[in-house]
Design a protein around this ligand. Sequence first.
Ligand code: IFM
Length: 440
Amino acid sequence: MNLKRSDFPDGFLFGAATSSYQIEGHAFGGAGRTHWDDFAATPGNVVRAEDGARACDHFHRMDEDLDLLKAGNFDVYRFSTSWARVLPEGRGAVNAAGLDFYDRLVDGLLARGIKPAATLYHWELPSPLADLGGWRNRDIAGWFADFTEVLMRRIGDRVWSVAPINEPWCVGWLSHFMGLHAPGLRDIRATARAMHHVLLAHGRAIQVMRGLGMTNLGAVCNFEWSAPADDSPEAARVAELYDGIYNRWFISALFKGAYPDTVLEGLGPHMPDGWQDDFATIGEKLDWFGLNYYTRKLIGPAPAPWPALQEVEGPLPKTQVGWEIYPEGLYQFLARTRAEYTGDLPLYVTENGMANADAIVGGAVRDDARIDYLNAHLAQVRRAIAEGVPVKGYYCWSLMDNYEWSLGYDKRFGLVHVDFDTLQRTPKASYHALARALSR
Ligand code: IFM
């Protein structure tokens, strides 16, 4: 790394992130079925129909993984909790082993001097709730509030921070409009409802946690820099629309109590009754805001119904998943978020990292491309800080290689290599470089 801890303000936090379904091994510990199990079991949805049944077997290897965080000199660990592990049916009976697991995780972090940063939902909806319409059903806000209460009554006294929902764009648009994540719908009415209910559920969870006396509560959204594919007014118009759908819908609701007009032109007719009355709940005061950032997209018009846009391949170097590497976008989003939405509210980069075709050669993994990626993006974080943007921390995605959703197991985002046959963990060069940069 060409940066080190002392290049950042005192108290700036460095973390690594993971999520429950991507690492735990969902088959273990009495967890209930989720819509990702169903989606993966349906031919054509996931490469080789892979699922999270075993994943990294973090369920049985938690101590080894927490030791990796400790040896990596990380200050904070961003993990998520599985709704179906805690409430196998989504509602009602509690799985005691599930609560015990998260209790041990939090205590294991604290024992190692690492701050636990929890995300309540990172996409694995219990199947019985999917049967009831999942994110299309307004009742999900209440179900989610109940799950929040059950879990936080157990670990809420010891977690350092909580965000209710990871990347609401993925919950809403990617999963209900593009059909690329569970439940795999391509339905505009379902999309409009999911895009709204996910925010309502966020607000209800914040209310529950405030009621329990909890602090340091935030929200995490994902952002992709949207650029017109050419100089035409049409490309400019659809790039702005993509920006609205992807980058502005959720943060506008959270901080301005409104949805972007450009997006309402398409989704408005499909919204659930009374959506305008929910912004007081959606806009519950937050203590911080998190941005997940990986790439930019070039957007051009498409001969199709609204939104009538398409991604166009860009010229920049790409990662293993074909995403252009565009570090400036991280700076632009940090600056724009502060200027237009959050003001003095602390900001965190809650995910950033790259997939790389990493392999063990002679016992080591030389992922120099990842080191370059991290250097370039951290430089943009410093640029934002130098301009007064209140960025307080940075989390690398991901601690270890894991289940990359519909792309299965061979897209490797980890700082630590995982052999998915033996489950052996091998820290990559990027892990060692970061550990040196973060040492005190
Ligand atoms: O693996 C995902 C994660 O679940 C959410 N953010 C983006 C990552 C890389 O695609």
